[in-house]
Ligand binder design. Structure first.
Ligand code: ATP
Length: 239
């Protein structure tokens, strides 16, 4: 059988000052899937994304992209392989314009030839960013900054986008819009790893899910099964 695994994480361990944040996390994402990782505050969701992205080192375990071991690669090489992240807190460059922020995403070797088309695509997706393309990114609203962070990731021509709590701090209306954007990117063929505290919405959107607790995967399965799991309902859905 053909193995269509895009990203595989095996036994990943991360610690900060000797205290473990990830205790041997394993997961697989197939090409074209939308996977969510849910968990409470401090479960290790951000550490997982940052470790895959090469920002936080792991002390054990591995990350493979298309079968290639990327565990020890620096973040920029990982971006060049088509792994983009939309970080929690957005991490945009506030003193640069909207368009300059987007062009930074599009300046990767893998993306530069298609930069103009990607910019047009992002402005088509987020008309608000087009209107405000000369504005300093630091003066955008929270929702607009989230659009910019997503736009910058799209500019890098990713195979997979990792979203770290895209709904955090946003109003319900803007949150719904963000989930719609995640859905539409997935429908356009981008593989998605979505990390969220909004368990109901992210399970409703995804194909499969993983539940992270104290740095370990405690449950995994098809998202509809997890939505009907009584432990998940009790822990996250207030049932
Ligand atoms: P949240 O939903 O609140 O963002 P999370 O699931 O993303 O939480 P992480 O941010 O990965 O969880 O944190 C996992 C654990 O690692 C927590 O106990 C946290 O305090 C700790 N931690 C995270 N970053 C650091 C750091 N830079 N230095 C020390 N400890 C850290």
């Amino acid at each position: 059988m053909l193995d269509d695994t895009l990203l595989s994480v095996d036994g990943l361990c991360v610690a900060y000052d000797g205290s473990n944040a990830l205790n041997g996390v394993s997961l697989k994402i197939r090409k074209g899937e939308l996977i969510c990782v849910v968990g409470a505050n401090g479960a290790g969701k951000t550490s997982l994304i940052r470790s895959i992205a090469g920002i936080v080192p792991s002390f054990s375990g591995s990350v493979r992209m298309n079968g290639v071991d990327i565990t020890k690669l620096p973040p920029w090489d990982i971006c060049e392989l088509g792994i983009a992240q939309v970080a929690e807190g957005r991490q945009i460059f506030g003193a640069l314009s909207v368009e300059e922020n987007l062009l930074i995403g599009g300046s990767l070797k893998r993306a530069i030839a298609d930069q103009d088309a990607a910019l047009e695509f992002v402005y088509g997706l987020f008309g608000r960013l087009c209107e405000r393309r000369r504005q300093f990114a630091g003066t955008l609203s929270g929702g607009e900054q989230q659009m910019l962070a997503i736009g910058r990731a799209i500019m890098s021509k990713p195979e997979i986008v990792m979203f770290d709590e895209p709904s955090i701090g946003l109003s319900p209306v803007v949150t719904d819009m963000m989930f719609d954007v995640v859905k539409s990117l997935h429908q356009r063929g981008i593989t998605v790893l979505l990390v969220e505290q909004n368990v109901a919405k992210s399970l409703a959107l995804s194909n499969r899910g993983y539940v992270l607790e104290n740095g370990s995967v405690v449950l995994q399965g098809q998202s509809d099964e997890l939505l009907n799991n009584t432990d998940v309902q009790r822990a996250f859905l207030g049932m």
